[in-house]
Design a binder for this molecule. Structure first.
Ligand SMILES: [Zn+2]
Length: 79
């Protein structure tokens, strides 16, 4: 399959599934999870601020896990 084909993909060419695809994203770092003194959850809106998030380079079928195509370079620049 060429890159051109990948741009127009609407289903998995391996298993025929329309379930979609996923990327293997990498997350690393530490985080702080806040509690109130009664044990309830406090404001954790910044829970992921300290994490490094890297988008996966390839798209995989959500059904059969076969590698489908390379992600757009622009998408990898996010985060
Ligand atoms: Zn598939």
């Amino acid at each position: 399959m060429t890159i051109k084909d990948a741009e127009n993909i609407s289903f998995c060419p391996y298993c025929g599934s329309y379930a979609g695809y996923y990327t293997k994203d990498y997350v690393r770092g530490m985080t702080r999870y806040f509690y109130r003194f009664d044990g309830s959850e406090a404001d954790n809106s910044s829970l992921y601020d300290m994490l490094y998030h890297t988008k996966g380079a390839y798209a995989y079928c959500a059904n059969c896990d076969k590698r489908l195509f390379k992600m757009d370079q622009m998408n990898q620049m996010e985060g």
